[in-house]
Design a protein around this ligand. Structure first.
Ligand SMILES: Cc1cc2nc3c(=O)[nH]c(=O)nc-3n(C[C@H](O)[C@H](O)[C@H](O)COP(=O)(O)OP(=O)(O)OC[C@H]3O[C@@H](n4cnc5c(N)ncnc54)[C@H](O)[C@@H]3O)c2cc1C
Length: 417
């Protein structure tokens, strides 16, 4: 059901209801099997821009891409962006998304000053850290379960140019990732590593570290960039151990040889996949699963070793293995995913029971090392993992739930609800 106006009350029928942004979440968190999806994309209006205070108020269906287009020519940027700009403000808040600068800026929710929430009773509540604080904390990272966010005020950051002075460095193994990340996080606003998840033995964790700082310049006029597209869904995925191994080796070599600092445009640095339309088709009709976990500081290295060894031994790795350290910032949401430590994200083509068995081993490794799984990227985590990773926050979260709201993920991880 589409929501066109902030004053609409879209709660016809029995529900349960779930807000939907652009559906960029990877699993069933943005789905509501048998229920009603409230489509928010038509809430796409800007409401106010206070340049002196760097505050932007907009409706929740506005995309991060639209915000960047508006504010960059005025010398502003968004303080946090995920790996795609094709997400809505509502979706970015409901997952409290993180970006390559988590160690400096924390999560997206940390920059939300206030938001307006529509509850299934028709009540509209403006909440912030100062007003209705428990509802604010449950809604940021709240998986769309506390009501529909209809608008939000976001603190922008001043930045002269959207371009980045970027460097790439080869990482020989996992140990070097930790050493280089520590040094890089102190000097660079953005850091992220790509890991060759099929490398084994002494090469385990080999990859490329990307790091960068905002360019201090008067930006050149934007150029239109050509977008590639995957034209149709392939009947089977062309990704197999051989093609992925060849791609990973070539990628590693290319970047290892091309080190040095370059001034690069915003999109290829922050949003590489947005340049390829319907990139998900490369996984074929059976699709793919993503796995993203966080591991606490003390457990990060042994935990990552186990996860990467499991993936390499299974020969199932994707070419998109992304590794990053989260900083110390406390996330503002009760269920926000980011916590201090390390996070790794991997894609796996869906090969049926083989893939499911691999996920069981990965989930066991996360459990053993006291880690957490990112609901935005999940379709398979067992209910007890969700209950364990949120055991402290769930009672306070449940107290703020909108009883008419639910999702496929929520029912999966709370059997019986
Ligand atoms: C290529 C790619 C790269 C990504 N990189 C990152 C990354 O680096 N970091 C990161 O954190 N995430 C990343 N993501 C995940 C993505 O940022 C999140 O899943 C985001 O929440 C998707 O937003 P959406 O608008 O598509 O929301 P949807 O996927 O439609 O919904 C996501 C959740 O938000 C809720 N929701 C949506 N709108 C509202 C609203 N108005 N009110 C209340 N709840 C709402 C939904 O109910 C659902 O629970 C990436 C995704 C892709 C495809």
């Amino acid at each position: 059901m589409p929501l066109h106006w902030r004053t609409d009350a879209p709660f016809a029928g029995a529900g349960p209801f779930l807000p939907h942004g652009l559906g960029r979440s990877y699993g069933d968190e943005c789905l509501n099997d048998g229920g009603v999806l409230i489509r928010t994309r038509s809430l796409d209006r800007f409401i106010a821009l206070d340049e002196d205070r760097a505050l932007l108020t907009c409706e929740a269906g506005v995309t991060l891409s639209e915000i960047l287009k508006l504010v960059e020519p005025l010398g502003f940027g968004l303080p946090v962006v995920p790996g795609t700009k094709l997400v809505t403000v509502g979706g970015a808040i409901a997952n409290d998304v993180h970006g390559k600068n988590h160690h400096r800026a924390g999560t997206f929710g940390a920059h939300v000053e206030e938001l307006e929430l529509l509850r299934s009773t028709g009540e509209r509540i403006v909440c912030s850290r100062a007003s209705h604080a428990p509802l604010f904390a449950a809604t940021v990272g709240g998986l769309g379960l506390t009501g529909v966010i209809v608008s939000a005020t976001i603190r922008l950051r001043r930045q002269p140019s959207p371009r980045v002075d970027a460097e790439t460095l080869a990482i020989r193994d996992l140990r070097e990732f930790f050493d280089l990340s520590l040094e890089s996080d102190a000097r660079f606003e953005y850091t992220v590593a790509w890991i060759d998840c099929l490398a084994r033995g002494r090469h385990l964790g080999r990859g490329i570290l990307h790091r960068g700082n905002p360019a201090q310049e008067i930006p050149p006029p934007p150029r239109s960039s050509r977008r590639l597209a995957v034209p149709f869904e392939l009947p089977v995925s062309p990704l197999n151990g051989f093609t992925v191994r060849a791609f990973n080796a070539a990628y590693y070599l290319r970047h290892r040889l091309s080190g040095g600092t370059r001034r690069v445009p915003r999109d290829p640095f922050f949003f590489p996949l947005d340049g390829v339309d319907r990139w998900n088709r490369i996984y074929g009709r059976a699709g793919f699963f993503q796995f993203q976990c966080q591991l606490p500081p003390g457990a990060a290295e042994p935990g990552l070793r186990e996860i990467l060894s499991t993936v390499a031994a299974a020969g199932e790795g994707s070419f998109l293995a992304v590794l990053k350290n989260f900083g110390e910032a406390t996330s503002p949401g009760l269920l926000s995913f980011p916590r201090e430590g390390s996070t790794v994200a991997l894609d796996f083509p869906n090969r049926g029971s083989r893939t499911l068995r691999l996920f069981e081993r990965l989930h066991a490794a996360v459990r053993e090392h006291g880690g957490r799984i990112y609901p935005a990227k999940d379709a398979l985590m067992p209910a007890d993992q969700f209950q364990t990773q949120h055991r402290r926050e769930l009672p306070a979260f449940r107290a703020q739930l909108d009883p008419a709201f639910s999702s496929s993920l929520w029912r999966r991880v709370n059997p019986g609800e």
